[in-house]
Write a protein that binds this ligand. Structure first.
Ligand SMILES: [Fe+2]
Length: 358
């Protein structure tokens, strides 16, 4: 049985294409009281950029705290708050920011039309009803959240994506100008999420020609940016945005691997953000991705990046066990890395040894 995949609806692309957002949303504002829910990364709080967002009087704009990774309880609280206003449902939920804000938008839009807590829907194909329209606009590139069918959420028991037929966004705006002010090292860490997606997608049992083609092109562009001598030129901003898009798309036709399986475990206990968490984990995965890790270290050297070390040094044995528990729930990822008999290779002791090195 093949899945009939839907990565994303429409794509508005080009430098300063963001200025057309008002027209795009205008097509959805059919009723007089139609309103849009804007979710904006806290990075823009108080900045002039807020004035460029086409907010109308009846709309709601929320600044999103991204100190922690997206949480099910925040999704539930936001939906309850908006429903409680008695205005009906928004005509679009617009996420402007990084992977966390885009994932919040993709999750919140689903919970207007699916009953109960978002915790009930973590996993594959639990969402039954189409959500309301969702627009995502990346202002930092690498996560692939702009195109992926997964919205990653941390719940009380697990960090796991909601993934299914209705989970991808309907509208994407790719404006390279928007990522030009991202500070380092966040830009590097988030960009590396894209690199790691490609390395993982291209090395494993669930590879496909479609996934490989997209992943290889993303990787080619990515090497241009990060093995060159000016990763922040305007040309490279645009390339990074496209590499992220193609890398995210390649995952739709393949799977992430060992780094994501372990970084989800790390994040559950430490709340370390996805991009930097991936870098901390990937740095220890020569055994799985020897060439990729070597190249990653070269990219860090060229770009003067030093990742955090000793992040698990203060963890208790119970906390390390919790990381291992979470990692071992990600059976699709491990099966992609090691094949159907992955449990013979990926033992608790192996994972403990790797976590202790981070
Ligand atoms: Fe990722």
């Amino acid at each position: 049985m093949f899945r009939n995949l839907k990565p994303v609806g429409r794509i508005l692309y080009g430098r300063n294409s963001f200025d057309q957002l008002g027209d795009v949303l205008g097509e959805l504002r059919i009723e007089k009281d139609s309103f849009v829910l804007f979710l904006v990364d806290e990075y823009f709080d108080g900045k002039d950029f807020l004035k460029r967002i086409p907010v109308q009087e009846q709309d709601i704009l929320k600044i999103i705290d991204i100190t922690d990774e997206p949480k099910t309880k925040t999704v539930d609280a936001m939906v309850a708050e908006i429903k409680g206003l008695g205005k009906g449902n928004p005509v679009s939920v617009v996420g402007i920011g990084g992977g966390s804000v885009m994932d919040y938008a993709k999750a919140i839009r689903l919970m207007f039309t699916n009953e109960g807590s978002s915790v009930l829907y973590q996993g594959l194909d639990f969402i039954k009803n189409k959500g309301i329209h969702c627009t995502v606009i990346p202002t930092i590139s690498g996560t692939g959240a702009e195109v992926s069918m997964t919205t990653v959420l941390t719940g009380p028991l697990k960090k796991l994506g909601i993934k299914g037929n209705f989970t991808a966004a309907d509208q994407l705006v790719l404006d390279p100008e928007l990522i030009s002010t991202v500070p380092e090292p966040q830009r590097f860490y988030t960009a590396m999420d894209c690199y790691i997606h490609n390395i993982e997608a291209l090395n494993g049992y669930r590879r496909t020609q479609m996934g490989d083609s997209l992943g290889q092109e993303s990787l080619r562009i990515f090497r241009d940016i990060y093995l060159g001598n000016d990763s922040r030129s305007p040309e490279n901003e645009e390339k990074l945005m496209i590499a992220s898009y193609l890398g995210g798309l390649s995952l739709t036709y393949s799977e992430v691997g060992a780094c994501h399986a372990m970084s989800y475990g790390l994040a559950t206990v430490t709340d370390i953000h996805h991009g930097v968490g991936n870098c901390i984990v990937f740095n220890q995965l020569e055994e799985f991705y020897p060439e990729g890790v070597k190249e990653f270290k070269e990219m860090m050297r060229i770009n003067n990046i030093d990742i955090p070390h000793g992040v698990t040094a203060g963890c208790t044995p119970e906390e390390i066990d919790k990381m291992i528990d979470v990692s071992l729930t990600l059976v699709f990822m491990w099966a992609h890395v090691c094949g159907p008999d992955w449990q013979k290779i990926i033992t608790r002791d192996k994972l403990r040894g790797l976590y202790m090195k981070m």
